[in-house]
Design a protein around this ligand. Structure first.
Ligand code: GTP
Ligand code: MG
Length: 250
């Protein structure tokens, strides 16, 4: 298994992936072993430590959805375990954070791209869709317009992202029960209509945040490393099972 050090920090410059994301390059680098995956492919590197900076496979995940739905907060909750309360600072352009997850003994690095939801940045963010292995599409359960705009977002995703990119719909701000205007069943119905998994999250109290990213990482890892006889991994089934076992009443 190859091990590579994760790039740390934030950047607003475009990704520097050599081969098209999501496609194995099939190359072998001299005597070094190479992991053939659908994610980024890495030459072997001695596992110098058990540090979470080292990873086996890496994937790009994009957060998309209307401005104010909570994309940045979701990422900060996942990465730092904190909630950005107070005044809302809208993202300008695009930014990313890395997190390495241990998925069934495999270190999976997620490079998570946080996009600006504002219309004026749309042309900037479109350029990043093509390299995304997965997209988390968010709406805000307290904002009907953000829910109504999901169809338009799906059209954009189908136009700009890879056809086989993993997609998941998230109804965020599930903690805000008083202000809720989109019912859980409406989110589920829409997701079913478009054949995408659905779950509700809260960046504020952490509900299902870890699960959303872990589920995507599991799906990507499964797709890229699966053996011919492996049973198919079903993202929605996994999410439902995990929510049940956590006693989620959401
Ligand atoms: N109650 C509640 N508020 C949230 C939640 N997530 C985000 N917020 C609030 O919603 C506002 C917008 O959150 P952001 O994460 O900045 O929204 P965004 O989607 O990144 O917006 P853009 O960067 O403009 O695209 C902030 O005031 C957050 O505090 C949540 O889960 N629950
Ligand atoms: Mg933001």
């Amino acid at each position: 298994m190859s091990r590579k050090k994760a790039v740390k920090g934030k950047s607003s410059s475009p990704t520097t992936t050599g081969s098209p994301a999501g496609k194995p390059n099939g190359k072998t680098a001299g005597t070094r072993s190479v992991v053939h995956t659908n994610g980024m492919v890495h030459p072997s590197r001695p596992p110098l430590s058990n540090s979470s900076e080292f990873y086996d496979i890496a994937f790009k995940v994009m957060l998309v959805g209307d401005s104010g739905v909570g994309k940045t907060c979701l990422l900060v909750r996942f990465k730092d375990g904190a909630f950005l309360a107070g005044s809302f600072i809208s993202t300008v352009g695009i930014d990313f954070r890395n997190k390495v997850l241990n998925i069934d003994g495999v270190k999976v690095k997620l490079q998570i791209w946080d996009t600006a939801g504002q219309e004026r940045f749309r042309s900037v963010t479109h350029a990043y869709y093509r390299d995304a292995h997965a997209l988390l599409l968010l709406f805000d359960v307290t904002n009907k317009t953000s829910f109504d705009n999901i169809k338009a977002w799906l059209t954009e995703i189908h136009e700009y992202a890879q056809q086989d990119a993993v997609l998941m719909l998230l109804g965020n701000k599930a903690d805000a029960t008083q202000e809720r205007v989109v019912k859980r069943e409406d989110g589920e119905r829409l997701a079913r209509e478009f054949g995408v998994p659905y779950m509700e999250t809260s960046a504020k109290n952490g509900l299902n945040v870890e699960l959303a990213f872990t589920a995507v990482a599991k799906e990507l890892k499964h797709r890229s490393m699966k053996e011919p006889n492996d049973p198919k991994f079903k993202l929605q089934d996994y999410v439902n099972k995990e929510m049940k076992s956590a006693g989620c009443a959401c």
